[in-house]
Ligand binder design. Structure first.
Ligand SMILES: Nc1ncnc2c1ncn2[C@@H]1O[C@H](COP(=O)(O)OP(=O)(O)OP(=O)(O)O)[C@@H](O)[C@H]1O
Ligand SMILES: [Mg+2]
Length: 607
């Protein structure tokens, strides 16, 4: 568009027009009166030229001025009688014709000038418009190039879909993602042809819902490329009105394969790290715990020969025995002597884990499987893959976990809590219990079919009182161990103390003996170790035990001891002054004993 002309410029132009008119008139008169060219008789054409020039350069105003001035000049100088303004009635017609012709010439000139000006303005406007169009085009081209670059960098293509006509528009990147030639006309069918067969029903359902209800879309699915590679894409879109108000589905497609692979890799690395961490922890435990199994009694020899036989096989082993007899030590010995020894040994105390968490602990859980499951977590079975899992206190497993364990033993597969994926497992299962599983089966608390699966190779670890000949060796072993730890030198143990230790019933078995020795070493000031009799409590001697039904007697004795410890600790089980510490057994073991013996620990609570 041409710009408006300022007022001052208009005034200058008007004055210039009048000056031109006066000059043109003067010039025409001079030429007309110039004797050399003899125009006196026909000055009209000269005057018309002056009118035309004035009107052309000065517009209607100066054209009119020139016409008026020349009318006077014509009347005065060229109509007879000349050189007078006196009435000349005979010349009226000539005068009127002259005037009309001058007005006509002037008007034509003005009209022509206006037309020329308007043409020039139109041309200028056109030039402006073209320039603006070129600029817009340039900007558009640039922003389109940026958009295409951004789409390529972010692997995001865009598309439009006129649902009523089925017409589609795809951006360059969309073609690239679908791996189609950009000269192809985009259609819904072309897109559907690339969908991974398993994901096709989902995509068809989404497409139908868009075309029927104009629904918003946010969906992830896979594409199967002609060379067999699989891509994962995310499609986001909504229905909006286009420029002419027609509803069109506009969407963006992002190729998230790389991101997805990266996430999977991170997850795998995380899982691997978790496994390695666990295995490392287990290894540290092994190096701390795997000392030789001390003892030379025939009873222990039988157990060790069983371990040697079963270890190299893949059989499931069920280790039974009272608390503290060394069941976990036996389980580790089996693992160490098996061909899985270079892999993880994962130990799980089923009694120490809350019942509602045990399945997730063993089999892992998916993100969102239950409140608080903010991350996917691998279970102990996955951590033990290729190695051995030791399920201590297996009798404490809740019913549904027993079913899952049965499936692991029968089919070697399981599912994470909250997951659908079936995972294969290559884990050897070794279990232990210190209570009679047969009794639990009779009470309906333990599955019989699971029991037979676990009991493929039973090993019964005898209590210490049945292998008293091991006591001196064990005492020697523990004294060395704790003296070194405490930085003390202990050369011998008093005869009285040794007799005392050998005659004690040891309801807490080797763990109890170990604790008594540790305490004695800590308090000992001399090179001769002496054991305080009071630490052993009032317990039956070997002779007493033999005289009574051994196991009943021990069971009631064990109950009495637990009750006494609970009374002394005011009903507290855990902590340094708790009953578990007093008895020298783990809190979990004591908890399960309290449960199985139906002891009400709350009655000992101090008010
Ligand atoms: N023969 C042995 N030689 C050396 N140490 C032993 C022996 N048997 C057991 N111990 C030690 O006694 C402690 C208890 O052993 P372990 O934990 O294996 O018993 P457990 O039968 O699993 O007990 P619980 O039923 O309470 O779980 C451990 O510190 C272990 O090292
Ligand atoms: Mg144990």
């Amino acid at each position: 568009m041409s710009n408006p002309i300022p007022q001052s410029a208009v005034t200058v132009k008007t004055i210039r027009g009048y000056v031109i008119a006066v000059l043109a008139v003067v010039l025409a008169l001079l030429i007309a009166h110039w004797p050399a060219i003899h125009l006196e008789s026909a000055p009209a054409s000269l005057f018309f030229c002056a009118v035309m020039v004035s009107a052309w350069f000065g517009g209607a105003g100066s054209g009119s001025l020139a016409t008026i001035l020349l009318s006077f000049a014509f009347y005065y100088s060229f109509l007879p009688p000349v050189d007078t303004f006196a009435p000349k009635p005979g010349q009226l017609t000539r005068f009127v014709v002259f005037n009309l012709s001058a007005v006509l010439v002037g008007s034509l000139s003005v009209a022509q000038r206006r037309a020329a000006e308007s043409l020039r303005r139109t041309r200028d406007d056109l030039r402006d418009t073209v320039r603006q169009l070129l600029e817009t085009n340039d900007k558009l081209g640039r922003s389109e190039a940026y958009l295409a670059e951004a789409q390529t960098l972010s692997h995001t293509g865009s598309f439009g879909w006129d649902v009523s006509t089925g017409e589609q528009f795809w951006s360059e990147e969309t073609y690239r993602i679908f791996e189609y030639d950009p000269t192809l006309k985009p259609t819904l069918q072309l897109a559907l042809d690339r969908i991974y067969p398993e994901d096709l029903p989902l995509v068809e359902q989404v497409t139908a819902s868009v075309s029927k209800h104009g629904s918003d879309v946010d969906v992830e699915h896979r594409l199967l490329m002609p060379d067999g590679t699989v891509k994962t894409i995310r499609v986001l879109g909504h229905t909006a009105n286009d420029r002419v108000g027609k509803p069109t589905f506009l969407g963006a497609i992002t190729d998230i394969s790389t991101m997805k692979n990266a996430f999977e890799e991170i997850q795998n690395l995380k899982d691997q790290l978790y496994k390695e961490n666990l295995a490392l922890r287990e290894e540290i435990d092994v190096s701390r715990m795997f000392e030789e199994i001390v003892g030379s009694s025939p009873a222990l020899q039988i157990v060790l020969s069983q371990v040697a036989k079963v270890a190299p096989t893949e059989s499931t082993v069920l280790i039974t025995g009272e608390t503290g007899t060394g069941k976990e030590l036996i389980a580790r010995a089996i693992h160490k002597r098996s061909h899985r020894s270079s892999r993880a040994f994962v130990s799980v105390n089923c009694a120490a884990i809350p019942q509602d968490l045990i399945a997730s602990e063993l089999f892992g859980h998916e993100k969102g499987a239950f409140t608080g499951a903010t991350q996917r977590r691998l279970g102990r079975f996955e951590a033990a893959d290729g190695g051995t899992i030791f399920l201590d206190e297996v009798g404490e497993l809740p019913a549904e976990t027993q079913v899952a364990l049965l499936r692991v033993l029968q089919e070697r597969e399981f599912q994470r809590v909250g997951g659908n994926e079936t995972l294969r497992t290559n884990v050897r299962v070794v279990t232990a219990t210190n209570r009679k599983l047969e009794a639990s089966i009779a009470e309906g608390r333990f599955r019989e079919d699971l029991f037979y699966r676990l009991n493929v190779f039973p090993i019964e670890v005898p209590p210490l009182r049945q292998r008293r000949e091991d006591i001196p060796l064990l005492v020697q072993y523990f004294v060395d161990r704790y003296a070194t730890k405490a930085g003390k030198k202990i050369r011998a143990i008093t005869k009285r103390s040794l007799d005392l230790l050998q005659s004690h019933a040891w309801p807490g078995n080797i763990r109890e003996l170990q604790n008594v020795i540790e305490r004695s070493v800590i308090v000992s000031d001399s090179e001769n170790l002496a054991v305080d009799e009071s630490w052993l409590g009032k317990r039956p001697t070997a002779a007493d035990s033999a005289a009574h039904g051994l196991s009943e007697r021990l069971a009631s004795q064990e109950k009495e001891m637990i009750e006494a410890a609970l009374a002394a600790s005011g009903g507290r089980v855990s902590g340094p002054s708790g009953a578990a510490a007093k008895l020298g057994i783990p809190q979990s073991t004591l908890d399960s004993k309290i449960k199985s013996m139906k002891i009400n620990k709350h009655q000992y609570k101090k008010s």
